[in-house]
Design a protein around this ligand. Structure first.
Ligand SMILES: [Zn+2]
Length: 192
C-alpha cells in the first residue's frame, strides 16, 4: 500500500539501500498493511454472506485488530539493541559502576494491548543492585503497565467497585486487565 510508490522508482532491491531504522519502519508498515487487508477480507466476506453490515460488531473487531497491529509495532520499537562495547556500564546509586549483563524482556500492557519490552539489564558487582536504565527512560520502572495505560486506569479506578472499572477499560479502551491491577495502579497514583 504505502510502499508501492517508493518501491517503483528504484532499480536496486529496496533492502540494500535501507538503514536498520528504515528497515524496522518498513517491517512495521508491512505488518499493519497485512492486518488491515486481512480485516477487510473478513468484513467484506461477512457482508456478502449476510447481506448487511453489522457495524456494532465490525467496529469492535476493527479496533481490536488495529490495536494488535499497534502492539506488534510497539514491541518492535521497544526491542533495544545490545549496548556497544565501551557503553556497557552505567552509574550505580552506590557510586560504583553497574555492568551490562544481558537483554531481558518483560510483558508490558500498552494503550493498544499487550506488548513486550526487551532492554539491557545491568548489575552492580558492589551492591548487587539490578538496573534497567531503559525502564527509567520509558517510565515503566517496576511496572508492567505503560504510562498511557496507567493514566486510563487511574481515571476509571476512581469509581469503585473495581470490577466496574475493569469493564469500563474493556469497553472504552479495549484493554483486558484484572480488577486487582486497576486497584493497585489507582492506589499507587493516589499516594504519589
Ligand atoms: Zn551499586
Amino acid at each position: 500500500m504505502w510502499r508501492s510508490t517508493r518501491r517503483s522508482g528504484r532499480a536496486r532491491p529496496l533492502e540494500d539501500t535501507l538503514s536498520p531504522q528504515e528497515k524496522k519502519a518498513e517491517f512495521i508498515q508491512q505488518e499493519v498493511a497485512r492486518e488491515v487487508e486481512r480485516l477487510l477480507r473478513v468484513i467484506f466476506g461477512d457482508r456478502r454472506k449476510s447481506g448487511r453490515l453489522d457495524l456494532k460488531a465490525v467496529e469492535m473487531v476493527v479496533r481490536s485488530a488495529l490495536h494488535q497491529a499497534g502492539a506488534a509495532m510497539l514491541s518492535k520499537l521497544l526491542r533495544f539493541p545490545v549496548p556497544k562495547t565501551g557503553q556497557r556500564t552505567v552509574a550505580c546509586a552506590c557510586g560504583q559502576q553497574a555492568q551490562y549483563r544481558e537483554l531481558r524482556s518483560k510483558p508490558l500492557l500498552t494503550a493498544v494491548g499487550p506488548a513486550q519490552v526487551a532492554r539491557a539489564s545491568y548489575l552492580c558487582p558492589h551492591c548487587h543492585t539490578g538496573r534497567f536504565p531503559a525502564d527509567v527512560e520509558l517510565d515503566i520502572e517496576r511496572t508492567e503497565f505503560s504510562p498511557g495505560v496507567r493514566r486510563v486506569q487511574a481515571m476509571v479506578g476512581h469509581d469503585a467497585p473495581f470490577e466496574h472499572s475493569r469493564q469500563q477499560l474493556q469497553l472504552l479502551a479495549g484493554l483486558e486487565v484484572t480488577a486487582k491491577s486497576v486497584e493497585r495502579v489507582a492506589e499507587a497514583i493516589a499516594t504519589r
